[in-house]
Design a protein around this ligand. Structure first.
Ligand code: FUB
Length: 323
């Protein structure tokens, strides 16, 4: 596969988290809708209300829609806005992790369980203790330890926290100070809570210094993803207001990571978001853009394209607007 492929022509879907379960690709996207809420920097226009799950036996074959697997009205603590989710499998159970605003309009991360990768998922009564912000990504390391990466700026509320505590007045650091980072925490054995205090996912520049808050072309904004290639950990993410998908590599799942480059140049639409997965000997970049909706940033469509590495392990940059 060389060309981009749109996956779901009948519904707007975004933020694909993709995993291989039982020999098939399973896609866990956000479900975009026309909410009628005007666009703003806090993302109020992303007023999503349910999740679907999709599966594929082949990256180039048909896509199966397993229908609605979790609805906001069935989540006991729900306020509004079901954003980017992820799914993990352990000991016969599938765990769907999702960010949702509670009744105080604060993003928390919830968990819902199923016996099957295609759901439906049953939510727990309360969000994960100590959880905040958005975009959970769960990674299983080769030793069986699960880590959750999370966080997102602006509408994702990450600027409202320091050292895992809410601060009185949310703000980003000054341009020359270290940038706010994604967070990572080992999950508890039962997969339902953090097993430790979340830590900073530090990204260093070529001189070994943390990326600064003013470095909008490279600093973390949202959309964490982790994958491992040839024994290295690849942390990838969106730079938000500069609309790039970038990556940094390290020797430990919690970092530190060193900035490497751009995976995907800007797509049509404000947000960019992705997952990277190996399937049947090839690597794929699942992502979204707003081309089918005519550029409406809140109505995004799922895409996939093959991802390639150079012999030194660097990722070949993909043009976001190529056909
Ligand atoms: O889909 C809502 C938000 O837009 C996600 O949580 C972000 O990553 C961005 O894609």
């Amino acid at each position: 596969m060389k060309k981009f492929r749109y996956l779901v022509p009948d519904l707007y879907m975004a933020d694909p988290a993709v995993h291989v379960f039982n020999g098939k690709l399973y896609i866990y996207p956000s479900h975009d809708i026309e909410s009628g809420i005007p666009e703003n920097d806090l993302g109020d226009h992303f007023d999503m209300r349910d999740y679907h799950v999709y599966s594929m036996e082949d990256a180039e074959g048909p896509v199966t829609d397993h229908g609605v697997v979790l609805d906001v009205k069935d989540i006991p603590w729900s306020g509004r806005q079901l954003w980017d989710s992820d799914c993990a499998f352990k000991d016969g159970k599938y765990y769907l992790y999702f960010p949702l605003k509670d009744r105080n309009d604060i993003f928390r991360i919830g968990v819902a369980l199923s016996d099957r990768p295609e759901g439906p998922f049953t939510p727990l009564d309360a969000p994960m203790k100590g959880s905040y912000s958005i975009d959970p990504c769960v990674f299983r390391d080769d030793d069986g330890t699960f880590y959750m990466y999370f966080g997102g700026l602006w509408g994702g509320q990450l600027q409202r926290y320091r050292n895992n505590k809410a601060i009185e007045c949310g703000h980003e650091p000054a341009d020359g100070e270290p940038a706010l980072t994604a967070r990572v925490a080992r999950l508890r054995d039962d997969m339902l809570e953090f097993g430790e205090e979340p830590r900073d996912v530090v990204i260093l520049d070529e001189k070994g210094m943390p990326l600064t808050a003013g470095d909008h072309d490279r600093r973390f904004f949202e959309a964490s993803w982790m994958h491992k290639y040839n024994g290295k950990y690849y942390f990838s993410y969106s730079t938000g207001n500069t609309h790039r998908l970038c990556y940094a590599t390290g020797d430990h799942p919690c970092g530190p990571f060193t900035y490497q480059g751009v995976i995907l140049t800007p797509v049509v639409g404000w947000t960019t978001h992705h997952s990277i997965v190996e399937f049947k000997g090839k690597w794929y970049l699942f992502h979204h853009d707003s081309v089918p909706s005519g550029g409406k940033t809140w109505l995004r469509s799922l895409k996939v394209v093959e991802l390639e590495y150079n012999p030194d392990g660097s990722i070949k940059t993909i043009q976001g607007t190529a056909e």
